[in-house]
Design a protein around this ligand. Structure first.
Ligand code: KDO
Length: 334
């Protein structure tokens, strides 16, 4: 073997070895990391939907994405996700209209009780021109892209002790737990109660120990978080058709190529469909379940609640910044 041959062989060997060691970490490094943070628990549909999201990407783009699901607010506290996304510490979250309204005040229109009628109306409003306009504003002001809206459910009042609740006046003095922002607290006040801020993860204990007299959430969440174990009544106020916006940080989204974006969008739609189908189906069955669990399920004078809550919003400072004509446009979506 000549010196030249030896050198070539050595070089080749070295290149191959380097190639082998360089390729593996490079592949891992090149994965698009998607850290997800949500207050949802593993038993709730919008917690489980992230597994659907992950599985969809594992199938459509094997090895391309590293999806990390963090449930129960374990990575970021409820409501702090938009700030974490803006700082580049988080890629994906399911955020509420109340979270967005803190930064984009006109979004408070979607925090108003008795505006969005039902899941179908919700999808039509947000998947049409109104959604496109509002999502554009979010992208411009918050550096996050909204990829779609999932149905959280119709929020109901859930009490520790049985009470005769027909109108908002009957909730006077009731310490009603609400998520901890002024947009949420306003809803509790509009319902006639005394709103008390508490993070979702602390509600079970708050109800058990009596720190609060009640809470409001859609029935599937009352089931998944087991609030029915520590409460005696559900009052079917149906005061807010609630939704969660699936949001991704613009930095992360813009760094993807077109094919990756398309796959992330498809995975989001699969997750939303899974959540919505299961939630709608379960929501219709849960009154029976709670009755069997020994809870009293009562129907109040919903029109009285509607009138009071709508008036509270219309006369509030929130309404002053709502885009002109938007309430009518939302109502006109059929
Ligand atoms: C809640 O804290 O009551 C709430 O329902 C508010 C929603 O916006 C959403 O954050 C939800 O909790 C969590 O995803 C837990 O279900």
């Amino acid at each position: 073997m000549t010196t030249q041959q030896l050198t070539r062989r050595t070089l080749l060997g070295a290149t191959m070895a380097l190639g082998a060691t360089a390729t593996l970490p490079a592949l891992a490094q090149n994965k698009v990391v998607l850290r997800i943070s949500t207050p949802a628990g593993p038993e709730d549909w919008h917690g489980k939907m992230w597994t659907v999201f992950k599985e969809s990407l594992d199938k459509s783009a094997p090895g391309e994405f590293d999806v990390q699901i963090n449930l129960n607010g374990s990575l970021f506290k409820q409501g702090t996700e938009p700030a974490a996304m803006a700082r580049g510490n988080l890629e994906l979250a399911a955020i509420s209209a109340q979270d967005i309204a803190k930064i984009l005040p006109e979004y408070s229109i979607f925090t108003a009780g008795y505006l969005i009628r039902d899941p179908d109306h919700q999808q039509k409003v947000f998947n049409g021109p109104i959604g496109a306009e509002m999502y554009k504003a979010v992208a411009e002001k918050m550096d996050v892209q909204i990829l779609g809206i999932g149905y959280l459910g119709s929020r109901q009042v859930n009490l520790r002790e049985v009470r005769n609740v027909k109108t908002p006046a009957d909730l006077k003095g009731v310490k009603l737990r609400m998520p901890g922002s002024k947009e949420w607290l306003f809803l509790g006040e509009a319902l006639g109660a005394t709103p008390t801020p508490l993070a979702f993860g602390e509600v079970y204990l708050g109800l058990k120990t009596g720190t609060v007299d009640g809470q409001d959430n859609p029935l599937p969440s009352v089931r998944a978080a087991k609030f029915y174990e520590v409460t005696k009544q559900i009052v079917l106020t149906s005061h807010l058709t609630d939704g969660i916006f699936i949001a991704i940080s613009s930095k992360s989204y813009n760094a993807m190529n077109a094919a990756q974006k398309q796959k992330v969008n498809a995975a989001t739609q699969a997750a939303i469909a899974f959540n919505n189908d299961n939630r709608v189906k379960e929501e219709a069955q849960l009154v029976d379940f709670f009755k069997k669990e020994g809870l009293q399920v009562s129907t109040p004078d919903v029109e009285a609640f509607r009138k009071t809550v709508q008036a509270a919003y219309q006369n509030s400072d929130y309404a002053k910044v709502w885009p002109k004509g938007l309430v009518d446009r939302i109502n006109a979506v059929k």
